[in-house]
Design a protein. Structure first.
Lengths: 116, 112
């Protein structure tokens, strides 16, 4: 089954404790992206990657890191989480055409993060 | 960068009536406009999209219209049903770029 998976689905942590949210897709998509969803603000892009070893900042990258060592995986790293990073996080993937996103983005199930 | 505004933020309609959600965008270079539906507790899923070379696209009870001159696009849902109740997001991007900018979302409630 074609899908995007994320782990963990729920996480409660404390300020400053490093954490990683994993994202994996089995559709051989070049493009992967992370979003955070907050009430009234829609989905805001954190980082994206056009291919292995190619990553770039989205609209809200502060406090986050990513890596793309393999095509299927795109982990999101919070090195020192703070309460304002409490949010619902979605990973997404898509095919590309040339240098651009091809079309539909397939979303993972989401990770609800609470930072105390 | 691109800015997408979406209205209304909430919309309540009677079953069988139509629902219309409007979005405006700021970057005239944007040429790809998808709409995503997110049911409660679920992930967003694409329901329809339109590219700038067409003015309207339909898929059964949903349609999207695009006015590039005015930089706005709209989602139309006809004959609404309870299963249409969800949050709907519009988005905009340009196909030479890699960023998708979303609107703030519209919570649609279809009352039986």
């Amino acid at each position: 089954e074609a899908q995007v998976t994320q782990n963990p689905r729920y996480l409660i942590t404390v300020t400053g404790k490093k954490l990683t949210v994993t994202c994996s897709q089995n559709m051989n998509h070049e493009y992967m992206s992370w979003y955070r969803q907050d009430p009234g603000l829609g989905l805001r892009q954190i980082y994206y990657s056009m291919n292995v070893e190619v990553t770039d900042k989205g609209d809200v990258p502060e406090g986050y890191k990513v890596s793309r060592k393999e095509k299927r995986n795109f982990p999101l790293i919070l090195e020192s989480p703070s309460p304002n990073q409490t949010s619902l996080y979605f990973c997404a993937s898509s095919y590309t055409t040339g240098r651009a996103v091809g079309g539909e983005q397939f979303f993972g199930p989401g990770t609800r993060l609470t930072v105390l | 960068g691109e800015n997408v505004e979406q209205h209304p933020s909430t919309l309540s309609v009677q079953e069988g009536d139509s629902a219309v959600i409007k979005c405006t965008y700021s970057d005239s270079a944007s040429n790809y406009f998808p709409w995503y539906k997110q049911e409660l507790g679920k992930r967003p899923q694409l329901i329809i999209d339109i590219r700038s070379n067409v003015g309207e696209k339909k898929d059964q009870r949903i349609a999207v219209t695009l006015n590039k001159t005015a930089k706005h696009f709209s989602l139309h849902i006809t004959e609404t049903q309870p299963e249409d109740s969800a949050v709907y997001f519009c988005a905009a991007s340009w196909t030479a770029g890699n960023k998708l900018t979303f609107g703030g979302g519209t919570r649609v409630l279809v009352k039986p």
